[in-house]
Design a protein around this ligand. Structure first.
Ligand SMILES: [Zn+2]
Length: 88
């Protein structure tokens, strides 16, 4: 696992529950709503850190489906490549 525990894919953000470690997918269309762990029902907050997106298809899914503005960090040298998606 990398230092980024959140792994975006083309449907949502996959993040581990801080309590039990269960991996949960937070689908983009529901970002900003309340999520609970599927296993232990611990509340999962929206990610508060830039999300590292490795492929353009993931970015497109995130930017196109998220209901929140999302700061996306492309790769290691973040600042130069970070980009805001905009509310639709
Ligand atoms: Zn849990």
């Amino acid at each position: 696992m990398t230092k980024h525990s959140i792994e975006p894919d083309d449907r949502g953000l996959v993040l581990p529950c801080p309590k039990c470690g269960q991996r949960n997918r937070m689908i983009y269309a529901r970002l900003g709503q309340k999520f609970r762990c599927a296993q232990c029902h611990t509340k999962l907050g929206s990610p508060g850190e830039p999300i590292e997106v490795k492929t353009e298809s993931v970015f497109d899914a995130l930017a196109g489906q998220s209901t929140l503005p999302v700061l996306v960090d492309f790769g290691q040298n973040g600042a130069d490549h970070a980009k805001w998606s905009h509310l639709k």
